[in-house]
Design a binder for this molecule. Structure first.
Ligand SMILES: *Cc1c(COP(=O)(O)O)cnc(C)c1O
Ligand code: SF4
Length: 330
């Protein structure tokens, strides 16, 4: 683990943003792939993640998650830019209150990666992010709703925030006694394992609430030893570490891959939580896996893994009071 907290910021500043550079690092010829420039949601990926890709493989499952391809420009029926109707559950800027007892804060507007299937790619973060000063409105809302037990920091990626800023916010949150659990949805420790640095661990240790980290890992090849080291450090402080996966055609839509993912997560100290069916976000239809296929995968995982390593297969349905289990979907 890194002593210095600037190591992760260094890694951020060295991110790869040119598709041509990415392809050249992977010994791929640009003509081997239907790649494209996307200036609205451009390429963004860390060197560390690229180092986990297989050189010379145009079908690499990690590459597929980050490289924009021509299929994204295809408009699909039933795919929209706000598939979850999130703008309707937005009582104050930066806060989503859709489910009982839990609120989700879009804590930052950036990530250390641009996942091509991201359902937030069209979300108006810039308008909806209160910025450094504006969190008092969200904190007031939480303080005035005693039924809120859990606050979820999402994004963007909440760990893109500086530790001093996180510390300031979590200090204020600690004063709201009915909030018992703080959860973070983050992909940063996957993209930049050094993000779990001493300074962050100190901030988390000083927090009153119990802490849950939900990582986002889609493929076993994403898991490297430094991720497991970070998890060990978190667990020593009593943090619970879970994982969510998005089911993606051409990335992880086969039993062997999902089975290995659960086993490797467990080995790294992480428990599988959700497998999300893709949200119908415009530009991502080529990642879609049918309910029928997803049910088969869930069935084979149930047959091959202990129950605690079988993630819940769910889909986000607008206006439903929870994530919808695949078993209840048509
Ligand atoms: C996913 C989500 C949650 C958390 O749901 P869990 O089932 O508790 O993981 C909370 N709020 C919003 C708006 C969400 O999208
Ligand atoms: S890390 Fe999460 S929020 Fe960020 S681009 Fe990827 S899926 Fe979207």
């Amino acid at each position: 683990m890194q002593e210095q907290s600037f190591a992760w910021q260094q890694a951020l500043s060295e991110m790869i943003t040119s598709p041509l550079e990415l392809l050249s690092l992977l010994n791929l010829c640009p003509s081997q792939l239907p790649w494209q420039w996307d200036k609205n949601f451009p390429l963004r990926v860390t060197q560390s993640f690229v180092a986990r890709m297989q050189k010379g493989d145009p079908l690499d499952p990690l590459l597929r998650q980050v490289l924009s391809i021509k299929e994204e420009s295809k408009l699909s029926n039933n795919y929209s830019s706000d598939p979850l109707k999130e703008t309707e559950h937005n009582p104050v800027p930066g806060l989503l209150h859709k489910f009982k007892g839990r609120v989700l804060l879009t804590f930052t507007s950036s990530c250390a990666v641009h996942c091509r299937y991201c359902f937030r790619r069209h979300f108006p973060y810039q308008e909806n992010n209160p910025g450094r000063k504006g969190w008092s409105q969200a904190l007031d809302y939480i303080a005035n709703h005693p039924d809120i037990v859990e606050v979820i920091l999402s994004g963007g990626d909440p760990l893109m925030a500086q530790d001093q800023f996180l510390a300031l916010f979590l200090k204020q949150l600690s004063d709201i006694k009915h909030v018992k659990i703080l959860r973070m949805h983050t992909r940063l420790p996957v993209m930049i394992p050094q993000r779990i640095c001493h300074s962050l661990l100190k901030v988390l240790d000083d927090t009153e609430q119990d802490i849950v980290m939900v990582y986002h890992i889609n493929h076993p090849a994403e898991i490297i030893p430094s991720i497991a080291q970070g998890v060990t450090a978190l667990k020593q402080q009593g943090v619970t570490v879970l994982n969510q996966t998005v089911l993606l055609q051409g990335v992880n839509d086969n039993t062997e891959c999902l089975k290995q993912l659960s086993l490797n997560l467990f080995q790294a100290g992480i428990l599988p939580y959700y497998v999300h069916l893709l949200d119908a976000v415009q530009g991502a239809s080529h990642f879609s896996v049918s309910h029928e296929e997803a049910r088969k995968l869930q069935g084979s995982l149930r047959a091959e893994l202990p129950g605690y390593l079988v993630p819940k297969f769910v889909r986000e349905i607008p206006y439903h009071h929870s994530k919808m289990p695949l078993d209840l979907l048509p």
